[in-house]
Design a protein around this ligand. Structure first.
Ligand code: GDD
Ligand code: MN
Length: 359
């Protein structure tokens, strides 16, 4: 169904954004006028010590489409966004950062996607045409790592984005956890959307002010990741099947290693190489048809190569941690190996789920 008149509520959380907010509101007004968007802007300010709230009250006099929520203190990004959702009058809800990292010109592009029929639009840094400017390598790696974990739950390429839009109806009867920084992932997991579109965005790191993402946000994030498991029960099922398949593979590996070495007098390291290849192949086939429910012939060579690469990577992670824990941390080597196997197992699973067998 195509609805031409849908009101947009754009939520912008602020904490110490006095240098940015005025410019952003001005640009958004231009965008709304230019593209004839019927929209309101709801800024949720957490009593910013730098006086952002005072500036907002001043701006409110000038811009009729601007609404401001003042909260008593820094209560967190996700909860600010949820507070905005609760007051929104629009049919479409949008979220963007206040620090000019998200280009106001993209608002219309996203809005048009919804008008055309999408019920969720994500501004994505990790698809063709998208990128991040101005982050150091540490921040990039952290974001990429967090994103890879999140992709276990969603096929959206940038579930950590802070720039997105969706139809408000989707929120009906849903309970959204307001703790943390990653509200988009929360929504992607809990809302039942049918048509989702990712459009490329260039994320430009703020030039003034500081990022509010800290260690606490990382801890909340990891906590939330575990809490999401019950919402995606199939992930637990897949993981258990993956472990069972791994056990079968280990069994096959030992049988081949033993029989080639003992009965065919092959040098044991050559047998080990052979048994590794056979075990990986058996694992591949079982995971393809059983764990991830695919037709055996579907892209079999391409997927076999991916599966093999992930297995090799997981093996190197295993060896790396075995050595690290034993040599550097002085752990008994059997304990080291148990931990190392656990880690490589998780990596093996995630790698194959989101890359080899991604839907
Ligand atoms: N009201 C309120 N309360 N606003 C907050 C709070 C808070 O506790 N914490 C942050 N904000 C506001 C900031 O003022 C800014 O407008 C926006 O939320 C994003 O915060 P930043 O501190 O600029 O976050 P970032 O640039 O590190 O992270 C952004 O990019 C990430 C992509 O990796 C955000 O968009 C994240 O959501 C996104 O995951
Ligand atoms: Mn920012």
């Amino acid at each position: 169904m195509i609805c031409l008149y849908m009101k947009l509520s754009l939520i912008i959380p602020t904490y110490n954004e006095k240098e940015n907010i005025r410019i952003l509101i001005l640009k958004l007004e231009e965008e709304f006028n230019l593209n004839k968007i019927d929209g309101e802007i709801i800024v949720v300010d957490d009593n910013s010590p730098d006086g952002t709230g005072i500036i907002l009250d001043d701006l409110k006099m000038k811009y009729v489409f601007l609404r401001v929520i003042h909260r008593e203190g820094k209560l967190g990004l996700s909860s600010a966004v949820v507070a905005g959702f609760n007051l929104a009058k629009g049919d479409i809800l949008g979220v963007m950062d206040a620090d000019l990292s998200h280009s106001p010109e993209k608002v219309n592009e996203m809005y048009q996607e919804i008008i055309k029929g999408a019920d969720f639009v994500v501004g994505s840094r990790y698809i063709k045409g998208g990128k991040i400017e101005g982050w150091n390598i540490y921040r990039k790696l952290l974001s990429l790592g967090a994103t890879l974990f999140a992709r276990v739950y969603t096929s959206v390429k940038d579930p950590m984005s802070g720039f997105f839009m969706f139809k408000k109806d989707l929120l009906l009867n849903k309970e959204i956890n307001p703790k943390g920084f990653k509200i988009l992932l929360e929504l992607l997991i809990k809302l039942e959307y049918k048509q989702i579109v990712e459009i490329p965005i260039v994320f430009i790191n703020r030039t003034v002010g500081k990022s509010k993402a800290g260690t606490r946000e990382i801890i909340y994030y990891l906590e939330n990741l575990i809490k999401y498991l019950p919402y995606k029960k199939e992930v637990i099922g897949e993981f258990l099947k993956f472990i069972l398949v791994g056990l079968v593979g280990t069994f096959v590996n030992i049988i081949i290693l033993y029989s080639f070495t003992e009965y065919y007098n092959v040098y044991y390291l050559y047998s080990a190489l052979l048994s590794f290849v056979v075990a990986v192949t058996v694992n591949f086939i079982l995971n393809k048809i059983w764990t991830f429910n695919e037709k055996i012939g579907y892209k079999i060579f391409q997927k076999y190569i991916k599966f093999f690469s992930v297995s090799l990577f997981a093996l190197s992670v295993n060896i790396f941690f075995l050595i690290l824990l034993t040599e550097v941390f002085g752990l008994y080597y059997i304990y080291s190996q148990i931990l190392a196997i656990g880690m490589s197992l998780v990596i093996n699973f995630i790698g194959n789920k989101i890359w080899t067998f991604c839907k």
